[in-house]
Write a protein that binds this ligand. Structure first.
Ligand SMILES: Cc1cc2nc3c(=O)[nH]c(=O)nc-3n(C[C@H](O)[C@H](O)[C@H](O)COP(=O)(O)O)c2cc1C
Length: 322
């Protein structure tokens, strides 16, 4: 069973993905955070870097788009796959953020099932109407409903009617954001229905330890993959451990974080923005560390890259990890 590194806007830029792959490995695919389509069919500099092969060396990378327009989606899918040679494009139907949802993008696509069906019908007819063009594999990253988790059957029926290659399911509704237990009953239904129709299924949600992975893999042995997000920010060695490799230790954690700090300094250059990036990353990474609250406070107070580096060394070396 494969392991995918989840896309996380702001958290998993090319630098973090490539360093993660270099230091730890264990992930079979990485996904870009969403690229929002627009009527000019243009990519900004940041979006170009997200998919540029030079910035994503040695990664098996899947670009992700987010849209509310089948026409724009088809345009981006053809453009990105033709110009950059990607064989798979992922469509985001899961993002719960208010600004995204208000435009009927991300999980906002799941709100009105008639809209979702029309989008899917139009998208796949646009993709396949010109048989001179090669169509990349289309995968979808979805939730199991917008208002309620009971919507999963209707959503599954819409996916089943189209040549979707793989569906990555985060088994929560939009209204639950990332709260509460994932709904495995709804996931089981989607797993059986989609697999039964030859569509690949990936589980995503709350895999933070090798034991969490084992529980899912035992219950769903025919999954294509599990996708892990926050668990890999907390424990960057999680995928490696799941595959039988060693657990990260304090020195390895420090080398990785220093490489990230140096990389951001090289790419961004402005100290206060570099510190902001590091603080964002750390906001998901503190959890496995304990016993050094003062070290953590010092790190958060550091106001230059060099003092941050000193505090980070002190924090990591003098904390208990796991
Ligand atoms: C800060 C943040 C940013 C995210 N950005 C994206 C995104 O760009 N595209 C996407 O499909 N999911 C995004 N997600 C959702 C994650 O990919 C994933 O589905 C979620 O974190 C649940 O998986 P986990 O429990 O393994 O973290 C984001 C999540 C977080 C916390």
């Amino acid at each position: 069973m494969d392991i995918f590194f989840a896309p996380m806007e702001g958290m998993t830029p090319p630098l973090l993905r490539t360093l993660h792959n270099e230091f730890f490995g264990g992930c079979d695919k990485y996904f870009t955070p969403f690229i929002s389509t627009n009527e000019n069919y243009s990519l900004n500099q940041k979006e170009k870097k997200e998919i540029d092969h030079e910035c994503n060396k040695d990664l098996n990378l899947v670009p992700q788009i987010i849209s509310n327009s089948a026409e724009q989606s088809a345009g981006y899918i053809f453009d990105i796959s033709e110009k950059y040679g990607y064989k798979e494009i992922n469509i985001n139907m899961g993002c719960p953020s208010g600004t995204v949802v208000s435009k009927n993008k991300g999980s906002g696509m799941l709100k009105d099932k008639r809209f979702l069906k029309e989008y899917m019908d139009e998208l796949f007819s646009l993709l396949y109407e010109q048989d001179k063009k090669a169509v990349p594999d289309i995968s979808i990253k979805t939730r199991i409903g917008f208002y309620s988790e009971d919507e999963h059957k209707e959503i599954t029926d819409i996916f089943l009617a189209h040549p979707v290659k793989q569906v990555i399911v985060h088994p929560r509704s939009r209204v639950r954001m990332y709260e509460g237990q994932t709904n495995l009953d709804a996931f089981s239904y989607m797993y059986d229905a989609l697999k039964g129709a030859g569509i690949g299924v990936v589980y995503n949600g709350d895999i933070n330890t090798p034991e969490d992975f084992e529980g899912i893999a035992e219950r769903y042995p025919d999954l294509d993959a599990v996708m892990i997000g926050r668990g890999l920010l907390r424990d960057p060695s999680l995928a490696r451990r799941i595959k039988g490799g060693k657990c990260i230790d304090n020195e390895e954690y420090l080398s990785y974080m220093e490489a990230l700090l140096d990389g951001y300094m090289e790419q961004i250059g402005v100290e206060k923005f570099v510190l902001a990036k590091m603080k964002d990353t750390w906001s998901f990474s503190y959890r496995p560390f304990s016993g050094n609250d003062k070290g953590r406070r010092d790190m958060n107070k550091a106001d230059s890259v060099e003092s941050y580096r000193v505090c980070m060394r002190q924090f990591i070396r003098n904390s208990k990890l796991f």
